[in-house]
Design a binder for this molecule. Structure first.
Ligand SMILES: [Zn+2]
Length: 302
């Protein structure tokens, strides 16, 4: 059984407990959520793995540190879903054609939100599984904020839309930094445009047509449940954040891009300087700002 050899590894001991840096508004979304007992429910009062893995400390989710549960017996594999819905590795499956009849080939890496136990499973490309706590998205009439508790501001520095990159390129989105395993949510109802595809440094992207805008959710590991043509709801689980494989820390973020749907076609247009994006690219900052001002009862200003 899994529980006989599970270990837990506290994740992000420093960066995730750091102070907010939103000097522009002085509004600490980290602080707001930290002191809001309503919003805390999903994180601290429940340890969804406690029943399943009784050897673990109930304080494993102490503070904001997501807990990484690693199955060290994992092997190099591909993931397959059997007829009962169970996801397992199959050493012989590398495509649907090599997957057993009646089963669904899922791929080398993905994740899934387990509604019944309130956790997210990350099915890693090395055959390991990791489990992360899930907390509900925060939304208002404008939409749902795409992640919970970003650790630094997307409104300044390198994270900001339009900030300079090498070779005269400019940053085409807003970066929302948060720990690996953080859930990514659909900002509004919409339709998935394409199957998730490889994006950058070991991460993938999802495109969603939200009617009045298209959003691209980048540098994530998508849910196995996401596919082209499916309808998603505001706040629906799309996937998780994952560190890029560039050998440095603090590079786990949602790179969030927006387009106002006045153009058609591929979102990346490498000839279109300085953003290298479709011509209807827009700055997501004001939209993201509008989502942070949740109902007053949920905002505790420090
Ligand atoms: Zn970015």
């Amino acid at each position: 059984m899994l529980q006989n050899h599970l270990k837990y590894i506290p994740n992000y001991p420093q960066s995730f407990t750091g102070k907010e840096r939103d000097s522009e508004t002085g509004f600490s979304y980290f602080g707001a959520r930290f002191y809001d007992s309503d919003l805390m429910t999903g994180w601290l009062s429940v340890d969804p793995m406690a029943d399943k893995y009784p050897g673990l400390s109930p304080y494993a989710y102490c503070g904001w540190n997501p807990v990484k549960l690693v199955d060290p017996d994992g092997m190099e594999i591909d993931w397959v879903k059997d007829a009962s819905g169970e996801i397992y590795w199959d050493n012989n499956a590398v495509s649907q054609a090599t997957t057993k009849e009646g089963e669904i080939y899922l791929g080398k890496e993905g994740c899934k939100y387990n509604n019944d136990i309130g956790t997210i499973t990350h099915y890693k490309s090395n055959g390991e599984k990791e489990y992360y706590p899930y907390s509900s998205p925060n939304s208002n009439s404008f939409g749902a904020f795409p992640i919970n508790i970003p650790t630094e501001s997307y409104k300044s520095g390198y994270a900001q839309f339009g900030s300079n990159r090498s070779n005269n390129r400019k940053h085409a989105g807003s970066d929302l930094y948060a720990p690996e395993g953080t859930a990514v949510f659909s900002t509004n109802d919409g339709v998935i445009i394409t199957n998730p595809y490889y994006f950058y440094k070991g991460t993938k992207a999802i495109e969603i047509n939200h009617s009045s805008y298209t959003a691209r959710y980048c540098e994530i590991i998508p849910s196995f449940d996401i596919s082209a043509g499916m309808h998603v709801k505001k706040g629906e689980f799309l996937g998780i954040l994952k560190a890029m494989n560039i050998g440095q820390s603090n590079n786990t973020m949602l790179h969030f891009e927006m387009y106002n749907n006045t153009a058609k076609g591929a979102l990346t247009v490498t000839s279109n300087f300085p953003y290298k994006r479709r011509e209807d690219l827009i700055d997501p900052t004001s939209f993201l700002n509008s989502l942070l001002f949740i109902s007053p009862a949920k905002c505790v200003l420090k």
